[in-house]
Unconditional design. Sequence first.
Length: 408
Amino acid sequence: MTQALLEKAETEDTRICIVEGMPFEGIKPHLINSQGETKVAMVHGVGDHIPGYSTEFLNKLAKELNLNSRAGDSKNITLVSPLYPDKTLGNLRATQLLNEATGEKLTFYELAWSRLSLEEKALLRFDTSGEIDFRRATINRRLKEFTNDTTPDPIIYLGSIREHILAAFAQSFCWMATQYWQDLPKEGEHVCRGLGDAHIDKIERDDYVVISHSLGSRITIDGFQRIADMLEHPEKYASLGSDEKFKSMVVSAATSKAIAALREKHIPVFMLSNQLPLLQLGRDPPEVVGQKATYCKPEGAHYSQRMLTDTSIIAFSDPNDLLSYGIPNQFSEKYLDSRLCPSITNVTINVAKIIDAFDIKGFANPLEAHVGYFIDDRVVALIANGIGNPHTSPLIKERCEFTKIGDK
């Protein structure tokens, strides 16, 4: 569609990049300073995604981080949860990147959960069948296929399938937290059995980063809130299982020492095409909100009950992305779980080129604005090296404006 209709591009790239909030480091300092391993999780958004969907982005990220080697082939784990032992939840693809000269290493965990929504989306297949689809204009046919593949997912997520998707997220986080690359199974169906005393050293030493896109932003926050609730009330989740062996695994999903180690973690979450405000509509707020000082300050009454020391949310949004939103402070106070100790930095960035088309001055393809984050050099540089720190890349210093907001 872009090639056919939008041909007149700007000669000078004047796309905006405005960062407002607290400085953030990006991945690079973790690689340099980590006492263990740096582990990055990717959570996709709407639409069908097959294992390996993030390869182009991963290649750009590896180049930006100067990780020029890989530790063999990627590993693919078919996810199963103790809560749903008979349900296949998706695929977790693990790839390890290396810099052999410096010893830096990063393990990238790509979650593909979209198989969970395919069965329900099959209801719409008639709409793109041969007996109907031929009546559409060529471009509209492609748009209809895209709409039927992506639009249902947020609706489906509001139903019972949400618990399966969140279980897939929990399993992915469990594998990331409890295993090193060499210990991960190469393939096959496997269950991660929770955070135990044997994993404390890994939890304390390793660094975690999450990158999400679109609906994946909602999945990530819901997933962390669900883990926080599961750690505090494991008996509630054990009652969901039907198999006694798996129910007992849920109850013993984490030991008190492992939970204490997790509570010391700082996890940055880079949300591309963030949709948290949109996907909060019609939903109740979390159980614990508006109590950040109580849970996140050492002198707070519930400081020992937090899930994390800090969840740094860096929300990327292209103003021309029709399905993306910034995160105002009042939203954080009212709709983000206080146990996550969230802090917000908003990145307003044009990932789609602004051109003149259809006799209109100033047009950006909204589809490109929604999916273009992964190939934008500024987005990759911000994730890799952050902003407002000594590692900030020259590209970001030149192309992005930074306003510090907050006193943390």
